[in-house]
Design a protein around this ligand. Structure first.
Ligand SMILES: Cc1cc2nc3c(=O)[nH]c(=O)nc-3n(C[C@H](O)[C@H](O)[C@H](O)COP(=O)(O)OP(=O)(O)OC[C@H]3O[C@@H](n4cnc5c(N)ncnc54)[C@H](O)[C@@H]3O)c2cc1C
Length: 482
């Protein structure tokens, strides 16, 4: 047991970002105390950037599967986001998307996504979690190792801001310290198992910038998304505009190995123009940039199979620390959120202190992450220069079937519904093998392909405006104050 008062159970969570705070919400009802250890000096009380979350400078789409998981852990969070200016965007109605197979129709709503800056998403969750009486967050606390042995983890060693190290004991340790987690190294140091790790890296680099949304574009503006086509045999180039709070557009451009964007502001819109269609560049020419261009390149898919290893009891790994995904598919937050739900559901059936808890929870956490993994690597393996196992016959057949589905989806509602169920992580990819979907795919298009983006009159009217003359950068702060 732990250093907590006799009979009490303590969970220690490494990392106070999305995965860590959701894990706290998941476990708080089942234990006496949850302590979140976060290396950031302070977690902000408002939705503003923090230094230990560099990916927040890039557009983050939160699909329905993730948003619903968060809502089930922390009821009322969606309302908190929406009141703070987030957009609820119906899918596929509010999505102007060029897929490899062509332009998607904007069918009636099947699902939705939350359009919000990542700092706003985290703030909404963190605020709710800090209201839970038995959850405490200690900031400026960097975990440097595990305490325990190959059979059981009993705590962690933490370094404070003064450089002093101390031990924090726990009945359960949850590692949610993100993509840079040192868990494999820490496990090795206590004599733990070697964990299978697979990497598939398309070498994706992001460049992102915020724009003030042009006048009249309002709350019900669609996501604009120009996808790459891995079958073209050249580096992929992706461009997207996500409407977010404060009347802004969060614009992310990304390119796979050999076709990466740079941080050069003068080249930003030109890069967007080189995507498979210039629509994003056309909209940007009529909007005002309000931030610098930020770049980011740690985007490899990395899957660590903790659920298959002989892990010590008392240790669970969640979120990016277990499976990190190429972000262009927008699944990382949703996989972390569904992992936290899996943690809660395991705690409902098995006491957190039971020797089998960690292994059961790890298996449950792995399921949603594995679904997102297959979707990402199923495409990424095909880009030129991709690092990792080359696509085999099975991968090629699966990719052909997904392309056929995506083609059929343009003119067939049964298929678009199934595809959006998977894309939004509301259902596993197995729904794509349902007889009705197989039949629809075999029958093909029910309506013709579109020869251009399906824009409304109001959206088209923005494109009819004169492009803006580029003036010196207006900073985001200035735009907010005045
Ligand atoms: C460019 C980019 C764009 C993305 N876009 C999307 C998107 O559109 N949709 C989507 O769903 N996902 C997206 N993602 C993925 C998403 O950012 C991650 O999946 C998500 O942040 C995972 O959450 P996490 O809590 O596991 O890790 P993180 O959010 O990375 O948090 C880890 C936390 O642990 C803390 N920490 C690290 N080490 C220690 C330590 N030793 N001790 C204490 N604390 C520590 C860090 O300070 C940090 O707060 C994107 C990612 C990138 C890089």
């Amino acid at each position: 047991m732990t250093q907590t008062p006799t009979g009490k159970t303590r969970v220690v969570i490494l990392g106070g970002s999305l995965g860590g705070t959701l894990a706290a919400a998941a476990l708080a009802p089942h234990v006496s105390e949850v302590l979140v250890l976060e290396r950031e000096r302070m977690l902000p009380e408002s939705p503003v950037p923090r230094s230990r979350l560099p990916q927040a400078a890039h557009a983050h789409m939160l699909w329905a599967g993730g948003a619903d998981a968060i809502e089930s852990l922390l009821p009322g969070t969606t309302d908190r986001w929406l009141k703070a200016g987030a957009h609820r965007i119906p899918i596929p109605t509010g999505m102007v998307s060029l897929a490899p197979a062509g332009w998607f129709r904007r069918w009636t709503e099947t699902h939705y996504l939350i359009g919000a800056g990542r700092d706003l998403v985290d703030w909404g969750v963190r605020t709710a979690v800090l209201e839970i009486p038995n959850v405490r967050v200690r900031t400026g606390a960097t975990v440097v190792s595990l305490v325990g042995d190959a059979a059981k983890v009993t705590g962690v060693v933490v370094r404070g801001e003064d450089g002093e190290e101390s031990t924090v004991e726990a009945d359960l340790v949850v590692d949610a310290s993100g993509r840079g987690s040192k868990i494999l190294e820490w496990l090795a140091r206590i004599g733990g198992p070697t964990v299978d790790e697979t990497v598939v890296d398309a070498g994706v680099r992001y460049a992102s910038r915020r724009y003030r949304a042009p006048e009249g574009t309002g709350q019900d503006w669609p996501v604009i998304h120009i996808q790459a086509d891995p079958r073209q045999g050249r580096p992929g180039r992706i461009a997207s505009i996500v409407p977010i709070e404060d009347g802004q557009w969060h614009v992310s451009l990304s390119g796979t190995r050999g076709g990466e964007p740079t941080s050069d502001e003068a080249l930003f819109e030109e890069y967007a123009r080189g995507a498979r269609h210039p629509l994003v560049a056309e909209f940007l020419a009529r909007a005002e940039p309000i931030s610098e261009v930020q770049v980011y390149g740690r985007t490899a898919n990395r899957q660590r199979r903790f659920e298959k290893a002989a892990m010590p009891a008392g240790l669970v790994v969640l979120g990016d620390a277990a499976t990190s995904l190429n972000p262009v598919y927008g699944h990382g937050m949703s996989a972390a959120a569904q992992g936290a739900v899996a943690l809660r559901d395991t705690a409902v059936k098995t006491p957190v202190t039971a020797p089998k808890f960690a292994a059961r929870a790890q298996k449950a956490i792995a399921r949603p992450a594995a679904a997102a993994w297959l979707l990402a690597v199923g495409q990424d393996r095909f880009y030129p220069g991709a690092v990792g196992k080359a696509p085999g016959l099975g991968d090629r057949l699966a990719a052909r079937y997904v392309h056929r589905l995506s083609h059929t989806a343009i003119g067939n509602f049964v298929v678009v519904k199934a595809l959006t169920e998977v894309m939004t992580m509301k259902k596993p990819a197995s729904v794509l093998g349902h007889p009705a979907v197989l039949f629809a795919a075999a029958r093909g298009l029910r309506r013709p392909l579109l020869n251009g983006p399906a824009l409304t009159e109001r959206e088209r009217a923005v494109l009819n405006r004169e492009p803006l003359l580029r003036e010196p950068l207006v900073r985001a702060e200035e735009s907010r104050t005045g």
